[in-house]
Design a protein around this ligand. Structure first.
Ligand SMILES: NC(=O)CC[C@H](N)C(=O)O
Length: 361
């Protein structure tokens, strides 16, 4: 089966198709993780994006029941150099080709992923069309032109109804209001295993309803899209942030910055991978972190609004974490839950729990 990747600037890349036969338009990004494709593809923050994996062999340990970050693949497509159709792993229940078919997601392989990655690094992420159902280049070009990229995916990725998740560990139970923008399962696990009773609120739930549960803490999740498009969430967050200990991860961090009156901006090609070095100013230590974001918080804009930059990306100097000077608010741009990635940053969940128990930031 022939497949096509058409980029907005007219570049045409051909390869072999796998997965579900269809055509999708999305933002072409790259991820440098050497493992973790199942967790990456099911991370809701990738909604609207077509992922090029820089690691050359994808699918070699198959698909398992235990590696999902949500109930489906959120990414719009997968681009790989080589796909393994005969995986080897005791947990494997199917291969990646079968899984993409079941999840109705298209794939293209036998393409030069280094060329694509270099192009994105030099020129930035780009709108593209992935198709493995035999459409013409002209048709791809037309689709690319006619389909705008959306910014407010978080509204679709968030929970549709309010729900409660009971703690799975810990002894001193704390009630946490979770503002959902498309949360990863491992973030919820990180909180519930430490004694949090999680009250998950759909996108746009009003401040009064959130605070009516009398939470011990507020948590803002990760999520897809442009944080500036989450206008309702920014307004609600402004009303409640810091009334009780407040912690945000990735999109949650960006929304806290915007609610504080700061600014966010789009990075040229984002940070997506499992080995991004981050410097923690408070502890004077560096950590290897898991990351997936296309936007970042403008450092000067938050400093003026009472925030302090606590973490810095060691590759490009962008903001990776912040805290409020007076209120119990802190956040990180990267993923302490890892999944996929190193577990070195799980201590941030403990920090949040500690704050809810009366500890200081
Ligand atoms: N993982 C996330 O929460 C990503 C946040 C936002 N969608 C970004 O790309 O910057």
């Amino acid at each position: 089966m022939e497949a096509l990747l058409y980029l907005e600037d007219g570049t045409v890349i051909t390869g072999k198709g796998f997965g579900f036969r269809t055509t999708r338009v999305g933002e072409l990004v790259f991820n440098t993780g050497m493992t973790g494709y199942q967790k990456t593809l099911t991370d809701p923050s990738y909604m609207g994006q077509i992922i090029t994996m820089t690691y050359p062999l994808i699918g070699n340990y198959g698909i398992s029941k235990i590696d999902n970050e949500s109930d489906k693949i959120y990414a719009f497509g997968l681009v790989a150099k080589d796909i393994c159709f005969e995986p080897s792993n005791s947990n494997c229940i199917m291969n990646i080709d079968e899984w993409l078919k079941e999840m109705k997601v298209p794939g293209i392989w036998k393409v030069d992923t280094r060329r694509i990655t270099k192009k994105i690094r030099n020129e930035g992420t780009i709108k593209c069309v992935i198709s493995n159902e035999g459409i013409s280049i002209e048709e791809a070009q037309r689709l690319c032109k006619e389909t705008p990229l959306k910014g407010d995916w978080m509204k679709e990725a968030a929970a549709k109804e309010k729900k409660v998740i009971l703690p799975t560990g810990g002894s001193d139970i704390k009630k946490v209001a979770v503002l959902d923008f498309g949360v990863k399962k491992s973030i919820l696990d990180g909180l519930s295993s430490r004694g949090c009773e999680l009250h998950i609120f759909p996108y746009g739930t009003g401040a009064e309803e959130i605070m009516s549960i009398k939470p011990d803490g507020i948590f803002l999740t990760n999520g897809p899209g442009d944080p500036e498009a989450a206008t309702e969430a920014i307004a609600i967050t402004k009303e409640i942030m810091g009334t009780v200990p407040t912690f945000g991860i990735c999109m949650g961090h960006q929304i806290l910055a915007l609610a504080a009156g700061g600014k966010t901006y789009k990075l040229k090609y984002g940070h997506r991978g499992a080995n991004h070095g981050v410097y923690d100013k408070d502890t004077n230590r560096s950590y290897i972190t898991s990351q997936n974001h296309g936007y970042a918080v403008d450092s000067n804009s938050i400093i003026l609004k009472g925030m302090e930059v606590t973490h810095i990306n060691l590759n490009d100097g962008t903001v990776e974490g912040m805290k409020h000077r007076d209120l119990p608010i802190f956040s990180v741009q990267y993923h302490p839950e890892a999944s996929p990635g190193p577990n070195d940053n799980q201590y941030l969940f403990d920090k949040f729990i500690n704050m809810m128990k009366g500890g200081v930031l």
